[in-house]
Design a protein around this ligand. Structure first.
Ligand code: ZN
Length: 504
C-alpha cells in the first residue's frame, strides 16, 4: 500500500468517528432544547448505545495499524498536513484505547454521582459532604494521566487535554504577570465615582420583551456573519454552542430585566459558531478540520463579545435600531449611559456574573488552587479556607459561605480539572489578535460604525479558522501574531477601554 492510500484510509476512519460524535452532540443539543420531561431515561439509553458505537469506531484496531505504518515512514515522507493528521489521530486513538474499560465506566459513574453530590452540597452549603467526592475525582484524574503516560505531570496532562501543548509552568508565568497588573487596575476602577454611575445605568434597563430581544439579536448575529442557513439559535437553560461545519447550534435565554445578558451571551456563542462554521468542510474531524482547542475557541467568542460588541463603533451602528425596537424602555437612557452600562465593572464573588475585567481574576484563583491540589500542596479539606483567602487577595471580597465560594462551579464535580484556564487564556489571545488586526486595519472601528464586519471575519477565517488544529495553542498564537502569547495586550486593551471610562 502506498503512504497516500494508508493516509486516506486513516482519514476515512477518523472522519467516521467524528461523524458519530456529531450525532452524539445533536442528541445532547436536543436534550437541552426540546426533550419532553418524561424522556430523560430513554435519552440516557440512546447516549449510552451511541457511546459504545463511537468508542468501537475510535478504537478500531485498523486505526492502530495504519498509525503504526504511517509513523514508521522515513522523515520527509509525509508533508506537514499529513503529519498533523497523524499526530492528532494518535492522540485520539491513545485516549480511546489506553484507558481500561472498567476505569472508563467507573469514571463516568463517578462523574454522574459527583454532579448530584455537588448540587446537593451547594444547595445545603455543605462542603464537608462534597469533599470525599472531590478527593475521588482528583484520584481519577491522576490515574487517567498515568494511563496516558503522564503520571509524572497529571496537571499538565489535564491542561493539554483542553489546549494542546499547554503546561502548568507556561500558564503560571502568564497568570502571574496578568495578576500583577490587573489587581491594581480593578482596585482603581472600583474606587472611581463612575463605577456607581455604570451600575445605576445598567439598573435602568428593565422590561425588554423577549420577542423583540430575539429580533434584535438575530439581526446583530447575522450582521456579524453567522450563517443561519448553516446554523440556528434556540432557547435553553444554560447558553451554549455545539455542532460544527454546516450545522452549528447556539442557544440563549431571555430575561426582560437583563436585556444585555441575552445579547452579549448570543454574540459570545456567535463567536464560537463562526469558528465552527469556518473550519474547512472537507477536512472536518481531522486535525485540519477541528478547532485548535478550548483557549483558541474562547478567544473567538470573547473577541466578538468584548473587543467588537463593547466598542463605540459597534454601538454607533446598532444603537438606533435598538432604540427603535425598545422605544419606551430606552427613553430615559442616554447614549453615554448606555455605553457605561455595557461596560459596567464590579467585583463579584460569582464567576459567571463577572464583567470582562474582573473575570480573569476568578480564573487565576481557580488555576492557583488546581495547581496546588495536583501538587499535593493543598488538601481537599482545606479548600474553603484557601478559596476565601484567594478571593480576598484577588477580588477584595470574601465569601460568607461556600455556596458563593468553592461550591459555586460545576466543573470539578465531574472531574473537569484544567478547564478553567482556557477562559482567561482565551481573553489573552483575543486581545493579542485584536492588537494585531488594529495594526493591520486602523479603520476597523470606523467600519463597525458603518455596519461592516466582513474584513474582521475574513481575517479570522484565514488566520485562525482554516488552520484547524495544525498547531498547538501557543504556536498558533506565535504564528499569527509574530510574538509569544503575553498578557500585556489584554492589560493594554482593558486599560484603554476601561481607563477612558473610569479613570479620566
Ligand atoms: Zn465560550
Amino acid at each position: 500500500m502506498s503512504p497516500d492510500s494508508e493516509l486516506a484510509e486513516l482519514v476515512q476512519a477518523v472522519q467516521r468517528a467524528h461523524t458519530l460524535g456529531t450525532v452524539a452532540e445533536l442528541l445532547g443539543w436536543d436534550e437541552q432544547v426540546n426533550l419532553p420531561s418524561g424522556a430523560a431515561e430513554m435519552r440516557a439509553g440512546q447516549h449510552a448505545a451511541l457511546a459504545e458505537v463511537l468508542h468501537a469506531a475510535a478504537s478500531h484496531p485498523r486505526i492502530g495499524e495504519l498509525l503504526a505504518r504511517l509513523e514508521a515512514r522515513p522523515a520527509g515522507a509525509l508533508d506537514a498536513d499529513a503529519l498533523a493528521i497523524v499526530a492528532q489521530a494518535r492522540r485520539d486513538y491513545d485516549r480511546a484505547t489506553r484507558l481500561p474499560a472498567d476505569f472508563v465506566r467507573a469514571k463516568a459513574a463517578q462523574g454522574s454521582r459527583g454532579y448530584h453530590a455537588w448540587a446537593r452540597a451547594k444547595a445545603a452549603d455543605d462542603f464537608a459532604g462534597y469533599a470525599p467526592v472531590l478527593a475521588t475525582n482528583l484520584d481519577f484524574a491522576r490515574r487517567e494521566a498515568a494511563y496516558l503516560g503522564r503520571g509524572d505531570a497529571p496537571y499538565d496532562y489535564a491542561l493539554d487535554k483542553h489546549d494542546p501543548g499547554l503546561t502548568a509552568a507556561a500558564v503560571d508565568r502568564l497568570f502571574a504577570e496578568l495578576k500583577r497588573d490587573l489587581v491594581p487596575l480593578v482596585r482603581a476602577i472600583t474606587a472611581s465615582p463612575q463605577a456607581e454611575r455604570a451600575r445605576a445605568a445598567a439598573a435602568k434597563l428593565r422590561g425588554f420583551p423577549p420577542d423583540a430581544q430575539q429580533v434584535f439579536l438575530r439581526e446583530v448575529t447575522a450582521k456579524l456573519g453567522f450563517d443561519y442557513s448553516r446554523g440556528r439559535i434556540d432557547v435553553s437553560l444554560h447558553p451554549f454552542c455545539s455542532g460544527t461545519g454546516s450545522d452549528v447550534r447556539m442557544t440563549t435565554r431571555y430575561q426582560a430585566d437583563q436585556p444585555l445578558d441575552a445579547l452579549f451571551g448570543s454574540i459570545h456563542e456567535t463567536g464560537h459558531g463562526l469558528y465552527e462554521q469556518g473550519l474547512p468542510a472537507a477536512q472536518l474531524g481531522t486535525a485540519l478540520g477541528i478547532n485548535a482547542g478550548m483557549a483558541v475557541h474562547e478567544s473567538q467568542s470573547r473577541l466578538w463579545e468584548n473587543q467588537v460588541a463593547r466598542s463605540r463603533g459597534f454601538w454607533a451602528h446598532f444603537e438606533p435600531r435598538w432604540r427603535e425596537l425598545f422605544p419606551a424602555q430606552t427613553a430615559g437612557v442616554g447614549s453615554e449611559e448606555l455605553y457605561l452600562a455595557i461596560n459596567a465593572v464590579e467585583p463579584t464573588l460569582i464567576r459567571v456574573d463577572a464583567d470582562e475585567v474582573t473575570y480573569n481574576l476568578h480564573i487565576v484563583l481557580r488555576f492557583e488552587i488546581e495547581k496546588r491540589l495536583f501538587a499535593g500542596d493543598l488538601a481537599v479539606a482545606d479548600l474553603p479556607g484557601a478559596w476565601r483567602a484567594a478571593a480576598r487577595e484577588l477580588l477584595g471580597l470574601e465569601p460568607a459561605d461556600d455556596r458563593t465560594g468553592v461550591l459555586q462551579d460545576v466543573h470539578w464535580s465531574d472531574g473537569a480539572f484544567g478547564y478553567f484556564p482556557s477562559y482567561c487564556l482565551g481573553n489573552m489571545i483575543a486581545a493579542q489578535l485584536w492588537a494585531r488586526v488594529r495594526t493591520l486595519r486602523p479603520e476597523l472601528e470606523a467600519e463597525f460604525a458603518r455596519g461592516e464586519f466582513g474584513w474582521l471575519l475574513g481575517w479570522l477565517r484565514e488566520h485562525v479558522h482554516v488552520q484547524g488544529r495544525r498547531f498547538g495553542t501557543l504556536e498558533l498564537v506565535r504564528r499569527i501574531t509574530g510574538e509569544e502569547l503575553s498578557p500585556r495586550h489584554l492589560v493594554a486593551y482593558l486599560k484603554e477601554r476601561y481607563g477612558s471610562l473610569y479613570l479620566r
